[in-house]
Design a protein around this ligand. Structure first.
Ligand SMILES: Nc1nc2c(ncn2[C@@H]2O[C@H](COP(=O)(O)OP(=O)(O)OP(=O)(O)O)[C@@H](O)[C@H]2O)c(=O)[nH]1
Ligand SMILES: [Mg+2]
Ligand SMILES: [Zn+2]
Length: 298
């Protein structure tokens, strides 16, 4: 019988199948598949002997958090704990690289200062992604989130304490443990320790993940990094320099500087890109002029 892995621990997997859910043993033979069984895996289970018989080929998979067969990453961020936008950038990179749609959810709408959401929208305006604001406390934005989730498998990602589990509780009526609200608490407490998939309806799934501070991107080279910043990448192809790394240039001959001066690229986002790009790729990496193409889903 076909099923979906909701949770996995040791040699046991909680699997949802047509007509119910149950705990199934994972035999050694299956554990040898790449990265073992992970949340979101589609499996074949034997309900007679309670064993997972097969893990079906994955459409995609993220390494950290370790989840499979994802349509959307809902990147959660808020005013408190203070937003780590480099992490947001990296989650967008992970989405594009794995053909997953990134969506930003600004949580705790009730405590935001009025410019917060405006600033986030400004930073990511060059990327065609949806930005939703929501509050579990004031119960706003939840219907919009639900409509975005419909008929998809989505994973909630973002810093500890940003309110991922609280959002699932509000949407699914679950009772996932969340941290106690402490005033002026700027750091999360890693309340959720393992990923788990929740079913909203037959075709709609949402995965809660532990807050994390690193993400495995497995980037190959500088050119790949640039291509994963679509808002900057599109201007790199306008560069008049024969080969340009778009760093250290001051003249508008560089397409990226031109776009910055025109207000097409946000300065803070560009500065984070420069920093990331330099550490990941080495400063001297050159690019060929007129990089073509781009990625479709953003
Ligand atoms: N003011 C306000 N607080 C919220 C809201 N949503 C969640 N919180 C609080 O934020 C804190 C963290 O919420 P969690 O849901 O545990 O956060 P998380 O992202 O799941 O954290 P980890 O499991 O550690 O990754 C809790 O104290 C919640 O009560 C909201 O909409 N408004
Ligand atoms: Mg949590
Ligand atoms: Zn350039």
């Amino acid at each position: 019988m076909e099923g979906k892995v909701l949770f996995f621990e040791g040699t046991n997997a909680i699997v949802r199948f047509d007509g119910g859910e149950g705990c199934f043993k994972v035999r050694g033979k299956i554990k040898n598949i790449k990265n073992g069984i992970i949340v979101g895996d589609n499996v074949l289970v034997n309900t007679e002997n309670g064993v997972v018989e097969e893990v079906q080929e994955r459409r995609n998979q993220l390494i950290r958090p370790s989840v499979a067969n994802i349509d959307q990453i809902i990147i959660c961020l808020s005013f408190s704990p203070p937003a780590d936008l480099l992490m947001v950038d990296k989650l967008i990179i992970a989405s594009i690289k794995n053909n997953i749609t990134p969506i930003i959810c600004i949580t705790k709408n009730d405590i935001l200062d009025e410019n917060f959401a405006k600033n986030i929208k400004e930073q990511y305006k060059g990327i065609n992604l949806k930005i939703i604001t929501a509050s579990v406390l004031k119960e706003n934005g939840l219907i919009e989130i639900l409509s975005v989730l419909r008929n998809k498998t989505s994973v909630l990602a973002g810093q500890s304490g940003v309110g991922k589990s609280s959002l699932i509780n509000a949407i699914c009526g679950t009772n996932i443990k969340t941290s106690n609200l402490v005033k002026n608490d700027i750091r999360g407490k890693n309340t959720t320790t393992a990923s788990r998939l929740y079913t909203i309806d037959k075709n709609t799934f949402i995965i809660d993940t532990p807050g994390f501070c690193t993400i495995n991107l497995e980037l190959k080279n500088a050119e790949e990094i640039l291509s994963l910043y679509p808002d900057i990448y599109k201007y790199a192809s306008f560069c008049k320099y024969k080969s340009c790394n778009h760093i250290n240039k001051t003249s508008e001959e560089c397409g990226v500087i031109y776009a910055l001066n025109k207000g097409e690229i946000n300065k803070e986002r560009l500065n984070r890109f420069y920093k990331f790009y330099e550490t990941e790729s080495g400063k001297r990496t050159k690019f060929s002029k007129g990089i073509k193409g781009g990625r479709k889903n953003v």
